[in-house]
Design a protein around this ligand. Structure first.
Ligand SMILES: O=C(O)Cc1cc(O)ccc1O
Ligand SMILES: [Fe+2]
Length: 442
C-alpha cells in the first residue's frame, strides 16, 4: 500500500505509446495473431481503433481487447439529463468578446455528486464534430462512480487533478492520479472514477483533435522535457460483475445513457498502443535559460496535439513547474505579450510568478488570441527591482492549455459568480515611466 492507507499501490507498464501487452490471467493473450478462431478462456476479441486504419504507422493507435463480453452487449441510448454542472461542446453559439478573464475555483459540491455529474465546461474551441479544438471542463465531486460507467466519443480526455485522488477504473486496468499527476484516457475508452480519499477538484481537457503526443526535442537531443519512459500504462484488471448498471456517454455534444447488465470493464488481457496513461509532472526535465532572457514557454510543453500545420498545435499542454531561475540582466517573469495562439491557464499548486494575487489553485484564466496580458503591476515593480541572484521557484505548479483556435467561454463561465469582474484592474498601476532621458539601461 502507498503512504495513504486508503490508496491502492498499483503496478504500471512504462513507455509512451509503446506496443504494450498485459494479461490478468496467464495465457489470455493470443500469441502470433490478434483474432484466433477461439480466444482462450472463452474471451471475445475486440479491436479499439483510436486512429483511422490507414493512419501512418508512426501515428497509428489501436489496441486489441480480450474481454468477457463484446461491447455491443448493452441497451439502446437515451438522453441523459443528470449532469449537475453544465457540460458543453464546441462550437458554442454567439459572439466571443476578446476580454481577458479570470475565475475563482469551483467549490466542492454540498450535495452528493460524482465525477461525471460534477463536470462544468468553462471554455471550448474548434468543433468537436470536425475533430478539431477542445473543451475545457472543471470538475468538483465527492462521490465515487461505482457502477456508473462513462466514455467520451467527442475527444480524448486529459485529466489534471488539483485536489484529491482519482482512482480511474478503465477497460485497460486501473490508474491512480493525485494532484501533480496527469492522466489521459483515449477517446471512446470506458471508465469509472472512484474517489478513494475524499472530495476532488480539477480540470479536464477534452481534446477533439489528434491524440496527444510528446513534442519534438530538436537540438535538445535525445533526452529531456517529458521522457517517454515516465509515462505509465495500466496492467490488465477485469471486473466480472453483473447487475443493473448504467453506461453513460458523451456523443456529438450530448450526454446519453444506456442500460448495461454487467461491468464493461471486463477486459482480461490487452495489447496495443492505445490505452490510458498517467504521468507525474515532477518528472518533467525542465530546460531553461542559463544566460539571459525569458524563453518562450513552449520549452515547458509536456504533450501536444498537432494540427495539420506543423508547429501550430491543436492543443499544447504546458506546465510551469518548480525550477531555478538564474537569467542575468533579465526581466524574469513572463513578458507582456500578445499571441496568435489562445491561452487558458490553471493552477495546481502554489503561486504563479506572473500573478501573485488572485490566481488561485483551482482557478482559471483566459487570454484569447491577440488579447494582451502579462505580469500584474506589483509583479512588474518587484521584478524590475529584484536583485538577480539565483532564485529557486518553489511551491508552484501552473499549467497552460494553448490552442490555435479561439476559445469561447461558456454561458456559465460568463455568468458565474466565480468570474472576477475586476480582473483587468490587476494591471492598474502600470503607469507611464517614460522620462525622455537616457537612463543608461542596456
Ligand atoms: O502567463 C502566460 O501568459 C503564459 C506565458 C508564460 C511565459 O513564461 C511566457 C509567455 C506566456 O504566454
Ligand atoms: Fe501568455
Amino acid at each position: 500500500m502507498s503512504a495513504n492507507a486508503s490508496l491502492p499501490d498499483l503496478m504500471y507498464l512504462n513507455g509512451f505509446g509503446n506496443e504494450h501487452e498485459t494479461e490478468a490471467l496467464a495465457g489470455a493473450l493470443p500469441i502470433g495473431r490478434f483474432s484466433p478462431q477461439r480466444v482462450n478462456y472463452g474471451l471475445y476479441a475486440e479491436q479499439f481503433s483510436s486512429t483511422a486504419f490507414t493512419a501512418p504507422r508512426a501515428s497509428n493507435r489501436r489496441s486489441w481487447l480480450y474481454r468477457i463480453r463484446p461491447s455491443v452487449m448493452q441497451g439502446d441510448y437515451e438522453p441523459y439529463v443528470g449532469n449537475h454542472g453544465q457540460l458543453c461542446t464546441g462550437p458554442l453559439a454567439g459572439p466571443v468578446a476578446p476580454n481577458m478573464l479570470r475565475w475563482d475555483p469551483l467549490p466542492i459540491p454540498a450535495t452528493d455528486v460524482d465525477f461525471v455529474d460534477g463536470l462544468t465546461t468553462i471554455v471550448t474551441c474548434g468543433d468537436a464534430m470536425a475533430q478539431g479544438g477542445m473543451g475545457i471542463h472543471l470538475y468538483a465531486a465527492n462521490q465515487s462512480m461505482g457502477n456508473r460507467f462513462f466514455y467520451c466519443a467527442d475527444g480524448e480526455w486529459l485529466l489534471i487533478p488539483q485536489q484529491g485522488a482519482l482512482l480511474l477504473r478503465t477497460e485497460c486496468g486501473r490508474l491512480l492520479l493525485q494532484p501533480g499527476d496527469i492522466g489521459v484516457i483515449p477517446r471512446g475508452m470506458k471508465f469509472a472514477i472512484d474517489l478513494p480519499a475524499g472530495p476532488v477538484r480539477g480540470y479536464v481537457c477534452e481534446n477533439y483533435g489528434a491524440p496527444l503526443i510528446l513534442p519534438e526535442r530538436g537540438p535538445v537531443g535525445a533526452n529531456g522535457f517529458a521522457n517517454d519512459r515516465d509515462f505509465q500504462y495500466p496492467v490488465a484488471a477485469y471486473e466480472d460483475v453483473e447487475g443493473d448498471f448504467e453506461l453513460l456517454c458523451k456523443f456529438a455534444g450530448n450526454l446519453y445513457r444506456a442500460p448495461i447488465g454487467h461491468s464493461p470493464l471486463d477486459v482480461v488481457a490487452w495489447t496495443g498502443n492505445s490505452a490510458p496513461y498517467k504521468y507525474e509532472l515532477a518528472r518533467f526535465n525542465v530546460m531553461g535559460s542559463v544566460s539571459y532572457d525569458h524563453p518562450d514557454p513552449s520549452i515547458y510543453t509536456v504533450l501536444t496535439s498537432p494540427s495539420d500545420t506543423a508547429g501550430v498545435a491543436n492543443v499544447d499542454f504546458v506546465i510551469f513547474p518548480p525550477r531555478w531561475m538564474v537569467a542575468e540582466n533579465t526581466f524574469r517573469p513572463p513578458w507582456y505579450h500578445r499571441n496568435v495562439m489562445s491561452e487558458y491557464m490553471g493552477l495546481i499548486e502554489g503561486i504563479y510568478d506572473a500573478k501573485e494575487e488572485g490566481f488561485l489553485p483551482g482557478g482559471s484564466s483566459l487570454h484569447n488570441s491577440m488579447s494582451p496580458h502579462g505580469p500584474e503591476a506589483a509583479v512588474f515593480d518587484k521584478a524590475s527591482n529584484a536583485e538577480l541572484v539565483p532564485d529557486r521557484y518553489q511551491n508552484t505548479l501552473a499549467f497552460m492549455l494553448e490552442s490555435r483556435y479561439v476559445m469561447q467561454p461558456t454561458p456559465w463561465a460568463l455568468a458565474t459568480e466565480l468570474r472576477q469582474k475586476d480582473y483587468i484592474n490587476c494591471w492598474n498601476g502600470l503607469e507611464k515611466k517614460f522620462t525622455g532621458r537616457d537612463q543608461g539601461a542596456r
